[in-house]
Design a protein around this ligand. Sequence first.
Ligand code: GDD
Ligand code: MN
Length: 375
Amino acid sequence: MTKLNPSKTVGRELLSVILPTYNERDNIIPLIKKLLYLEDSFDLEILVVDDNSSDGTALLVKELAQSDRRIRLIRRVGRSGLASAIKEGMLDASGDLAAVMDSDGQHEPIAIELAVEKLRLNKLDLVAGSRFKGESQIFGLSQRRTGGSSWANRFARFSLSRKYKHLTDYMSGCLVLDIKNCLPYVCKVDVSGFKFFYELLAISDGNLLVDEVPIKFQPRNYGSSKLDLAILWDFLISLLHTFTLRFIPRRAISFALVGAFGVVVQLIATQILMLVFQMGFEEALPLSVVIAATSNYLINNALTFRFQRLIGWNLVKGLLKFLLVASLPVLANVGLATTFYNFVTPNTFWAQMSGILVVFVWNYAASSRLVWNTP
Ligand code: GDD
Ligand code: MN
């Protein structure tokens, strides 16, 4: 039965189910249809947050939304990522409760019912579906990913408040939460990653009452996972961000790691140029500096600034700007290190570190602004 006006019924709770989608054409409609049975227990709102999928996912959802007012489509231009999609869905949800799940069939709707039951019974703020509790079952995750997830969980547990130590799946993408209680923290979630749940736990710092229900994690119905190297990188940055008490901006951490990698690239490039191409050190050095800077630029473009990623001709222009931006502070670096050495302490290590710190801050700030146009 299609209900045309999704207003709240007295005595029933409004449940907003948030479904993030990126190229889920074959999965999304069957899942929505399956979810409608939840209306036996709740007033229902289904919010699909699509990042402009290229496979027509949004059009299919729009068609359905035109005939069924319980379904809403939030369509975003470009791709801002999973955590950001979930946050957007939660901010827009009109429910008392919000549920989030994968749109590919990996989470079963029954998990939502069990989670709501537990949330209300124990007066909790959030209940997550866990793949790693005693009674959980994993059908849809390779051994490698299961292993990866348990490592990620160990680091996550270590980095979070003691109040969250009892949890077993900090990477879960299946959540039910009380919107009113969680919203102040949801608003603050840093959305650059895949891991909305981990970020919410980090930002709420033990102030939410959280528990889990076991789930049976299914194989994805159609299509393939969107988890890639960039997403793993984001998670590493999230962990470091939490370990540094969320003080250093995430992008600055990413930029610094890439910079450290650049040092290794430069050392190796110099060796290769000298040993294989028989160049002298002074000849090889400028070349390897440019090679390292170029590799830094490309990696930052693919990881640190991937939501502003430059392509085609802009990639070339960006490289020239990046090299220019990075070459300016070389003088400042030498000047500062010398001044520090002469006037503060005649310690070569700290003198160089002060120079490097200034160069880092400059490179990060200037290239964010001038190369990738971010604040
Ligand atoms: N809007 C939007 N934008 N949705 C996205 C994006 C994005 O950039 N990336 C992924 N999604 C959607 C997918 O369409 C899917 O519905 C859901 O988010 C999860 O993505 P999957 O590609 O299915 O991820 P997974 O199954 O490999 O990862 C699972 O395990 C992770 C922990 O290991 C999921 O359950 C994740 O939620 C979980 O964090
Ligand atoms: Mn999935």
